[in-house]
Design a protein around this ligand. Structure first.
Ligand code: HEC
Ligand code: HEC
Ligand code: HEC
Ligand code: HEC
Length: 491
């Protein structure tokens, strides 16, 4: 065998090849080492409990002692500065920007007051402030607002908790959505704390405990960002209508079968279904969910600080952090990605407006038919069409981000909404004419929130004054009682 020395003398490039090969090996070994260190520091980050966190600890600041980075980024959900074309964290008066909503919800508290959602930090404050809680509400309403809820369910029993009144629990529910809602304090693993989600899975023959880690990164959100209703006149048992499937028409069938009505429309007398916010369900029909991208991938991307990689708990519109969320997977520029989002939103919005226009007219024409002495029997099939049209419209209107999460499905649902509303209007035209009523029907001026509210006969001055009086005394009292109770909890 020839010696290496001789080979090198003959072919000097071999020396260079050996040299570079060594450089590459050393470099890779370094990377490997660094990645181990990084992983270890992530692990340390995960389990470095300053002190043990009790099972139902609702105070985020106590968890924050052990996990300051996650806690501080969570606190940033109080930031209301970011505004995008349709979303963002600033409060938007949705009734002022679209007064047709007032008429669509005539007979329901949403017609008084409806703002676009903002950060998790504000969940308690905003539910106290809204005029919607001036009407008696069940305690069930607290379920997606506060991390005191799992504690109360444990203490009172789930069914008893739902059965209580909203204001009875005011001094118990004071900590906004937080760590305990999504994490097990012993392992920090993601967990489901809201029984309604686990129960809905169970009724579909699935066990949520078998969900994969990646699925859990969306399912923690599905505890709240979903369609639901309060089952039972007095039980008010929080239930997800998923037994027949997640599609809008399967839920519609479910609600028709159990004969659920959220409110009777004061103008048309339609038994209306109010969609809540089927964000998770609708997202399943979109390409990102179908490719296994989770809610957390876009809304809670990783962040680095001082060499530590952690999950950004500032849950918000990803358009405020395209580099951190979208560009992990897409190489297009921020401008292109924002334009992609806005384009889908614009198109869905156009259909949404067409749908609202048709349904508002259908409600008013239905009133004209009643005024012309239409019978229950004549009206029943027509009102059912209006019910379905409005349910399908609201499914998209209430689904935050749906026009980006699942644009094609959103458009399809709105198309079926418009089709049902126009079908109802056609039948109404025939009926009104047959009864000798005046057709076409005159539509009122509802170009502003105030005009629309006065059209549906809401006394906003009185409602606002009553709410202001309540706000000036009750919440402060609740907070005082809560502070006393919490000071007795182990520190
Ligand atoms: C315990 C219930 C609950 C859970 C769990 C939850 N949310 Fe929310 N979320 C809410 C509520 C309530 C609001 C509206 C708060 C307000 O406007 O006061 C909200 C608001 C938001 C907003 C709007 C924020 C803004 O700045 O406009 C986004 C985005 C959001 N949630 C995404 C998520 C994601 C993603 C998850 C899962 C990682 C999640 N949420 C888990 C209840 C929840
Ligand atoms: C809406 C659900 C939700 C809430 C509320 C929440 N987290 Fe998380 N948290 C997550 C998700 C999702 C991850 C990513 C987990 C994964 O992929 O393993 C995570 C990860 C973590 C981790 C693991 C390390 C990391 O950064 O990835 C820690 C520690 C943590 N969260 C602490 C907290 C603390 C402290 C709070 C309260 C201030 C909190 N979380 C509130 C959903 C939540
Ligand atoms: C974890 C990876 C991942 C992240 C994060 C992600 N995407 Fe995607 N995106 C995908 C995949 C996968 C597809 C499907 C494309 C395919 O399979 O060829 C997709 C498809 C798309 C499409 C085309 C969908 C359509 O309607 O036809 C757009 C637009 C898009 N992404 C924009 C975004 C934006 C904007 C963000 C940030 C808010 C984002 N993506 C975040 C992985 C991701
Ligand atoms: C591929 C990235 C991506 C995924 C995955 C994703 N979202 Fe979104 N989400 C967005 C974008 C982009 C918007 C539009 C934000 C805007 O208009 O400012 C949005 C909007 C929202 C909003 C309204 C926020 C606002 O500022 O008004 C909520 C709530 C929301 N998403 C929840 C979820 C939930 C729950 C999931 C999981 C089922 C999810 N998102 C999955 C990208 C994503």
């Amino acid at each position: 065998m020839r010696k290496l020395k001789d080979v090198i003398a003959e072919k000097p490039w071999v020396a260079y090849a050996l040299f570079f090969a060594t450089v590459v090996v050393v470099f890779l070994a370094g990377l490997f080492g660094a990645s181990i260190v990084e992983r270890r520091s992530e692990t340390v980050q995960r389990f470095n409990l300053v002190k043990e966190i009790p099972g139902y600890e609702p105070r985020n600041e106590i968890w924050g002692e052990s996990f300051p980075r996650q806690y501080e980024s969570y606190l940033s959900t109080s930031d209301t500065n970011f505004v995008s074309k349709y979303g963002g964290s600033k409060m938007r008066d949705m009734l002022a920007s679209d007064p047709k909503l007032v008429v669509l919800w005539a007979g329901y508290a949403f017609s008084r007051d409806y703002n676009q959602g903002r950060g998790h930090y504000y969940a308690i404050k905003d539910i106290r402030n809204t005029l919607r809680t001036a009407v008696p509400q069940p305690a069930t309403c607290w379920t997606c607002k506060s991390t005191d809820v799992p504690r109360l369910m444990q203490k009172m029993g789930v069914a008893n908790y739902y059965k209580s009144h909203w204001d009875e629990l005011g001094s118990e529910v004071v900590n906004a959505i937080g760590c305990q809602d999504c994490h097990d304090p012993k392992t920090m693993n993601l967990r489901i704390t809201r029984p309604a989600l686990a129960e809905a899975f169970q009724r579909q023959g699935k066990d949520i405990r078998n969900a994969t880690h990646q699925e859990m990164r969306s399912l923690v959100c599905a505890q709240c960002h979903v369609e639901y209703y309060f089952k039972g006149k007095t039980e008010k048992y929080l239930t997800f209508p998923w037994d027949k499937g997640l599609d809008v028409s399967r839920m519609e069938e479910y609600y028709d079968e159990v004969d659920h009505v959220d409110f009777v429309h004061t103008i048309s007398k339609t038994p209306i279904l109010k969609a809540q916010h089927p964000d998770w369900e609708l997202a399943q029909a979109g390409i990102h969910a179908q490719r296994g991208v989770s809610c957390a991938d876009c809304h809670m991307p990783y962040k680095s600080e001082g060499g530590v990689k952690f999950t950004d708990h500032h849950v918000k519109s990803p358009l405020s952090n395209i580099a951190g969320s979208c560009q992990v997977c897409h190489r297009e520029s921020e401008a292109t990605l924002t334009a992609n989002v806005n384009e889908r939103q614009d198109k869905v919005k156009e259909l949404l407006e067409a749908s609202e226009e048709a349904i508002v007219k259908a409600h008013i024409e239905a009133k004209a038919a009643w005024d012309s002495k239409a019978t229950e029997e004549q009206m029943k099939p027509i009102l059912k069409m209006i019910r379905h049209a409005q349910w399908r419209w609201d499914f998209i209107a209430a689904s935050h981000g749906g026009s980006f999460h699942a644009p094609l499905e959103s458009a399809r649902i709105l198309a079926t909404s418009i089709q049902r509303a126009e079908e109802a209007r056609k039948e109404l035209a025939v009926l009104i004419t047959k009864l000798g009523g005046k057709y076409p029907v005159q539509f009122p001026d509802i170009s502003t929130k105030e005009k629309a509210q006065s059209f549906i006969k809401l006394d906003m001055q009185r409602l606002n004054a009553e709410k202001a009086a309540w706000l000036s005394k009750v919440p402060a009292e609740w907070d005082k009682q809560a502070a006393e109770r919490q000071s007795k909890m182990n520190k």
